[in-house]
Ligand binder design. Structure first.
Ligand code: AMP
Length: 360
């Protein structure tokens, strides 16, 4: 596909990664008449279960990637830890949307924070920690020490109050390159999900209010109930980010709102995001459909919320209560078809779309 060309329904989308985000992308694609092929290292995937094919291959298997690319019209990825080299390899054969740039920044927390600042987004105070000298010079205390790579859902992180604690935590993280972020006394956590199309036009879904437990997203509520100026800043951050990434696709930006009303960018994911699952049930266009539209060169869809909504993740054994959710008239149950419910594993979610009150 050449830049600017529209991929009509009937075309095939390649998805790198076989998890629930790929699964829900393939479901949205199918609804619009697209076919999906999933590429993942595992023999079986829950995304492959709802796609026309599952191609098993390692992320560094160039021949397998070339075969995959030859079968599809455009490629996207469902998680940002796909190796950058894999995305670059795919891009030699087919358009990858979004491409390597968002991955390059999203895979490395320090680069990511620097990119936020360069893009005009506020962040917490931060500094690099990669040596004893860095620890001696550390000022962002109390803070959170995070590995620059491979940390997610609160893993690879430690809260530290003093330089001694910082030193101990850094050693416990195997002296890997880390970022120390000043501890934000936040009022709440929010996220923006922004799509940007091939024509460069962007749209932000309404800001979601996120509640985490043990580092894992628990619920998202929309509207977030924030003062209009905070909502506007949060949306503008998401839009600025999409622009400076030169994105074609979707990006989620997680942010803190401080008690004194500032918005600080924490983390981005250039893909559909757990905090946007509510859009399936509460928007004319879901985040997954929006991604399909963006990467296929279609106009973006409406992002307005139909009614106030709350999404609750089903983590581990909570998904075993599926019968209870089915019995709740206003609950919309989504299960990802994963086998075993391990603690901390995201098994599904429930969306409550609350109908507007009838006028008297
Ligand atoms: P992260 O992996 O960066 O998304 O962090 C996981 C969770 O840890 C966030 O959702 C916050 O609840 C908390 N957290 C991360 N960074 C900070 C920070 N600088 N200050 C306060 N809390 C944080």
């Amino acid at each position: 596909m050449k830049d600017g060309e529209v991929l009509p329904p009937g075309s095939t989308i390649g998805i790198l990664g076989g998890g629930q985000l790929g699964r829900m992308t393939a479901m949205a694609a199918a609804r619009l008449g697209y076919r999906s092929i999933v590429y993942a290292p595992e023999a079986h995937s829950i995304a492959g279960d709802v796609a026309v094919a599952h191609a098993q291959g390692a992320y560094d298997d160039r021949a397998a990637l070339a075969r995959f690319a030859a079968q599809v019209d455009v490629i996207t990825y469902e998680f940002e830890n796909v190796p950058e080299a894999t995305v670059a390899e795919c891009a030699r054969h087919r358009a990858v949307r979004p491409g390597t740039k968002p991955i390059h920044f999203a895979q490395h927390r320090l680069r990511e924070k620097e990119f936020f600042r360069e893009s005009g987004l506020g962040t917490a105070e931060y500094q690099r920690v990669a040596s004893d000298a860095d620890i001696a010079a550390a000022t962002a205390l109390p803070g959170i020490l995070k590995t620059c790579t491979e940390g997610y859902d609160g893993k690879g992180q430690a809260r530290v109050g003093t330089r001694e604690e910082l030193a101990a935590a850094w050693h416990a993280l195997d002296r890997r390159e880390c970022i120390l972020e000043g501890l934000v006394d936040f009022r709440c956590e929010i996220s923006a999900i922004v799509a940007r199309g091939l024509d460069g036009r962007s749209r932000s879904f309404p800001i979601g209010l996120n509640d985490h437990r043990d580092g894992i997203l628990r619920t998202t509520a929309v509207p977030a109930g924030l003062p209009p100026e905070i909502q506007a800043t949060a949306e503008s951050y998401g839009l600025k980010l999409a622009e400076s990434l030169d994105l074609v696709g979707l990006v989620a930006l997680e942010m803190f709102v401080t008690k004194d009303g500032r918005v600080l960018a924490n983390e981005m994911a250039p893909r559909p995001h757990n905090s946007g699952h509510w859009t399936i049930d509460a928007c004319a266009t879901s985040q997954f459909e929006q991604l399909v539209r963006a990467i296929c060169g279609l106009p973006l869809g409406a992002v307005e919320i139909i009614a106030p909504t709350r999404m609750v993740n089903l983590i581990g054994e909570e998904a075993n209560d599926w019968a209870r959710y089915l019995a709740e008239p206003m609950a919309r149950l989504h299960l990802y078809g994963k086998g075993k419910a391990r603690p901390g594993r995201k098994m599904g979610h429930v969306t409550y779309v609350i109908p507007p009150k009838r006028s008297a």
